[in-house]
Design a protein around this ligand. Structure first.
Ligand code: ZN
Ligand code: ZN
Length: 504
């Protein structure tokens, strides 16, 4: 119809354009198509001053909201009732919609009031959507804190890295003063002395990867902030990737509404750093940064060196205390002697063992994840990531190339590439288990994708994938066929009993 001259800007009696209707029915793929290929306006108002974003928020289509925000739809636009999209998401109790809008937004979005003087959180509480009201209240507190004006805000920005520096240096000083060079203990023998100073050396050397890890870029993905005010009308559209295979395959969750990018599959937006991080593992407050693709090696090296150092220094300190020739033989008297004469060394041993137990556990967890080429974030969110599920909804990690390959790749290169291991499904294919560079399509794209979208029971898009050699293709697939138009009444109403405007 468009090829025959159908116009997208035509409105119906309610002032709905095609983009409104697409948003009302959660037709995200169709919306992407008409905006990128046919220059439809994704941010136009209907007769009541509502944009497609208002409608997607009202109906709770989170993916549609992600796309519209990516396309620079205005979050703050108020309709004739003074409601922003967040107001409508709150009124309807759409938690996921609220989450996406808040993630993309600023504090102002949470405090803006509608014509009745109510904020989104108040409206949610009014409608008895307790979870949403709680979420919006917490979000506001968090954003207040992130403003950085409060003491807590400044503190959370700084993280715990300075404290960790202080703890390490304090322990090192205590060790040298009260164990190695303790005046009330005999001089070290040559053998023990060697171990003792190797411990000091390892601790000090370990501070280098610690510094690198906390200062280095963990793998931040370049942001792509459009600035609509400084652009000509057509320009924002030029910035949108026209044929992004991820979007064509309907993987809307890879859209970052804050950074305005289509992020790689294993990355995640870190709310503390406010950036998307490649191969996001976790945000580590102790190093005050994210652990991601580019600093994981330093992180592991730091952990490994400190574990070795703590083992050595702990053992030396224990040996020193236990072999003190001045110590009395009875237990009670010995304990009093140690508590009085070697309090520094004793405190060191206790602190050392306490920290060691935590760091060893963390190191083992990290090492096992490297051996499996999976991140902490992926393990914690297995159920949310389609690519981690194989046939029969069983857990399947496509990036696991076997313990040996995973470890050697990590040790040699410093990271693991996002290379999928695709198993050829049947005998018609040769080269089972060959490696194919990741190109953005999900494993489920192989079998003709029917993408599940975060609880919005609507289908994104069909991708016609050729299966002839069993691999994903990086080429762009024809897409179209948004299907399954939901039917039902449409219309905004704060009271669900109110007669709704019927569409269609
Ligand atoms: Zn991001
Ligand atoms: Zn972070």
């Amino acid at each position: 119809m468009l090829q025959e001259g159908a116009r997208l800007s035509v409105t119906d009696v309610n002032g709905y354009q095609t983009t409104h209707v697409a948003a009302q029915y959660g037709q995200t793929a169709f919306l992407y198509h008409i905006v990128t290929k046919w220059s439809a306006n994704p941010d136009v108002c209907d007769n009541n001053g509502r944009t497609p974003l208002h409608w997607a928020a009202y109906k709770g289509f989170a993916d549609c909201i992600r796309l519209l925000l990516y396309l620079n739809a205005s979050r703050g636009r108020q309709d004739k009732q003074g409601c922003t999209p967040l107001h409508w998401a709150a009124i309807r109790g759409n938690l996921e919609a609220c989450t996406v809008l808040v993630q993309a937004g600023k504090k102002d979005d949470l405090i803006v009031s509608d014509n009745t003087g109510l904020t989104p959180a108040q409206l949610a509480a009014d409608k008895n959507h307790k979870q949403v009201a709680l979420f919006l209240g917490t979000a506001r507190k968090l954003l207040d804190r992130q403003d950085g004006k409060s003491f807590l805000g400044k503190f959370s920005k700084l993280g715990l890295a300075p404290l960790l520096w202080f703890i390490i240096l304090l322990l090192l000083m205590t060790y040298i003063h009260s164990v190695v060079m303790a005046p009330n203990l005999p001089r070290l023998t040559a053998g023990l002395g060697l171990f003792a100073w190797i411990g000091v050396f390892l601790t000090t050397v370990g501070l280098v990867p610690f510094y690198r890890c906390s200062r280095m870029d963990p793998g931040y993905i370049k942001i792509n902030i459009h600035d609509p005010e400084n652009m000509k009308d057509e320009e924002p559209l030029l910035k949108i990737e026209m044929n992004n295979p991820t979007l064509l395959a309907g993987n809307w969750s890879q859209l970052c509404v804050t950074c305005k990018i289509v992020r790689p599959r294993r990355s995640k937006h870190c709310s503390t750093c406010d950036r998307c991080v490649e191969q996001f593992d976790h945000h580590c407050p102790w190093v005050s940064t994210c652990i991601g693709k580019k600093n994981k090696w330093d992180f592991i090296l730091f952990l490994g060196l400190e574990v070795l150092a703590m083992l050595l220094t702990g053992a030396v300190a224990l040996t020193r205390i236990l072999t003190d020739p001045m110590a009395p033989s009875s237990f009670g008297a010995w304990w009093n002697h140690v508590g009085g004469q070697h309090i520094g060394a004793l405190s060191f041993v206790i602190a050392d063992l306490f920290i060691l137990s935590g760091v060893v556990a963390l190191t083992c967890v990290q090492a096992s994840q490297i051996a499996r080429n999976i991140t902490t974030n992926e393990l914690a969110n297995v159920m949310r990531y389609d690519y981690l599920r194989g046939p029969g909804d069983q857990f399947h990690n496509p990036y696991d190339h076997g313990c040996k390959n995973n470890c050697s790749d990590f040790l040699i290169k410093g990271y693991n590439e996002d290379i999928e291991l695709l198993e050829a499904p049947s005998t018609e294919h040769e080269g089972i288990g060959m490696i194919q560079p990741h190109c953005g399509n999900l494993p489920n794209a192989i079998v003709g994708l029917s993408h599940k979208t975060n609880g919005n029971a609507h289908v994104a898009i069909d991708v016609n994938i050729s299966k002839h050699d069993g691999y994903n293709h990086c080429s762009h697939h024809d897409h179209s066929h948004s299907r399954k138009i939901e039917s039902g009444p449409l219309g905004f109403g704060r009271n669900s009993a109110r007669p709704a405007v019927v569409f269609g």
